[in-house]
Design a binder for this molecule. Structure first.
Ligand code: ZN
Length: 477
């Protein structure tokens, strides 16, 4: 029981600690957990029940369906807007049949339950075309199955609908207009990177361009694009596929993810030899991405030349437009708004809750940081400038930090301060690491004219900790 509890708390995350603690009492699933559905296991065939669970979860906008084995059966939980909720509890006598049914659907080996397996469900269930990735993991209580719902309907609606601010969208369009170079989309798993990448690809997908992708897995089929599935078992790795792709006269290459040095190097070289390369990488900001690539032994001058732009993103909850209310900002929030955007914000939107949403939120909203590299940032990378200097240049070239983008979205009522704080750590150290102060400072100071100015010198000499409390008001005089 202890094991399953720790699994729970890990999966649910700290915000649901109470749930995890309460679930030590196995049979009374804690009072604050709401079961969404019950099924008639006595009279309905298991195949129909599994189908209904899948379709109902998708209709509830679930991104994942978890079949967690317990001592008394299976707890099915579904993730909606990033949060796991208990969907239903399955009795013990149905446990084995249900797991087997899912494994059959996913094309897995049902005689093997001791090793993890991967599968996929791509068919029409109850008149609905579904595309699901399924994985199994043997635990002490049975096989744990997680079904990932692939839904790329967002990306076919166009890049304009993805929540980019006007200025970030302009930068993005500029990047996409380049004939060569590398565009990287960065963020943690589940931050919506694929949706952004597919949206970009669809925008670039015209008859006069040969677009080839190498992916693992291919998450969405796009007509008019040649998509290659990586099969590492037979040696068709990212790197091997890329080498072949280069002989296929591509204009644009999309690499599912840059995971290793070899892939990174081919990506850089391809972009320098006249291809536009699009890829994702698992980092959390533009600066970290540059460092990560340098760690992969990419030569500085090559990276400085190759990199076109970096789009970093995180997902936060989207405020329900039907029921949102307003409230006064507290002192801390006022300070953050002032420091970050130099705005006096006395009122913000807050979550309420209605029958259209879950606790005041409806769907998810990305927060972005879009870096379009200019010559000085390129030079800084090439010339091995100190990290601090590079940061100043990056955030001084008009790059809006994720915090600034998020706060703007709070002001606009697209999300709340509470949810933004969960997505972005706004403690003092983060204020500097996001380049917050530099961003405003550099964009508002003409460096050349102020080089000898006492004020500029004072800023230049400031250390990290000084920046945290530095008052920027004078910059606007
Ligand atoms: Zn609502």
């Amino acid at each position: 029981m202890d094991e399953s509890n720790s699994l729970y708390s890990e999966l649910v995350g700290p915000q649901n600690d109470e749930t995890a603690a309460n679930s030590s009492d196995t049979n009374t699933s804690s009072s604050n957990v709401e079961i969404m559905k019950t099924y008639d296991y006595q009279n309905v065939a298991i195949t129909d029940i599994v189908n209904s669970i899948i379709i109902d979860s998708i209709n509830n906008r679930a991104s994942d369906i978890h079949f967690n084995p317990t001592e008394t059966g299976i707890d099915i939980r579904i993730r909606i807007d990033g949060e796991l909720r208990l969907y239903t509890q399955v009795p013990d006598y149905v446990k084995r049949n249900m797991i087997t049914r899912i494994k059959i659907l996913a094309g897995m080996n049902i005689t093997e339950s001791r090793i993890p397996q991967d599968g996929a469900i791509k068919q029409t269930i109850q008149d609905k075309a579904v595309d699901l990735r399924v994985s199994s993991l043997p635990t002490n209580l049975g096989e744990n199955i997680v079904v990932r719902v692939l839904d790329y309907s967002m990306s076919s609606q166009g890049i304009e609908t993805l929540g980019f601010s006007e200025s970030n969208l302009q930068k993005l369009n500029k990047m996409m207009g380049e004939p060569n170079g590398i565009i990287l989309v960065t963020g943690a798993t589940g931050s919506g990177k694929s949706t952004t990448v597919y949206s970009i690809l669809q925008k670039l997908n015209t008859i006069d361009r040969n677009i080839i992708t190498v992916e693992d897995p291919i998450e969405m089929n796009i007509p008019g694009i040649n998509q290659v599935q990586v099969i590492s078992d037979i040696g068709l790795t990212f790197a091997a596929s890329l080498r072949s792709i280069l002989r296929q006269d591509p204009d644009i290459i999309m690499i599912g993810e840059i995971r290793d040095e070899e892939t990174a190097k081919i990506a850089v070289r391809s972009s320098i030899t006249g291809h536009l390369v699009l890829s994702t990488i698992h980092t959390n900001s533009a600066l970290n991405t540059i460092e990560r690539l340098l760690d992969m032994n990419i030569e500085r001058y090559l990276l400085g030349t190759a990199l076109t732009g970096i789009i970093s993103q995180k997902l936060t909850k989207k405020l329900c437009p039907y029921c949102r209310g307003t409230r006064k900002t507290n002192q801390y929030e006022k300070e953050i708004f002032k420091k970050s955007l130099n705005l006096d914000i006395n009122e913000v939107y807050e979550a309420k809750g209605c029958d259209k949403c879950h606790n005041g939120y409806l769907g998810r909203l990305p927060i972005h940081e879009v870096l379009l590299l200019n010559q000085s940032v390129r030079d800084a990378i090439t010339n091995n400038l100190k990290k601090e200097e590079l940061r100043k240049l990056v955030y001084g070239s008009g790059t809006i930090t994720m915090l600034q983008d998020g706060l703007t979205k709070v002001i606009n009522g697209d999300t709340t301060f509470e949810e933004l704080v969960k997505a972005i750590d706004i403690d003092d150290s983060d204020l500097t690491s996001t380049g917050l102060t530099e961003s405003i400072e550099e964009s508002q100071i003409n460096k050349e004219s102020l080089k000898n100015d006492e004020t500029y010198k004072k800023i230049s000499e400031k250390t990290d900790s000084d920046y945290e409390v530095f008052n920027l008001d004078f910059l606007n005089k």
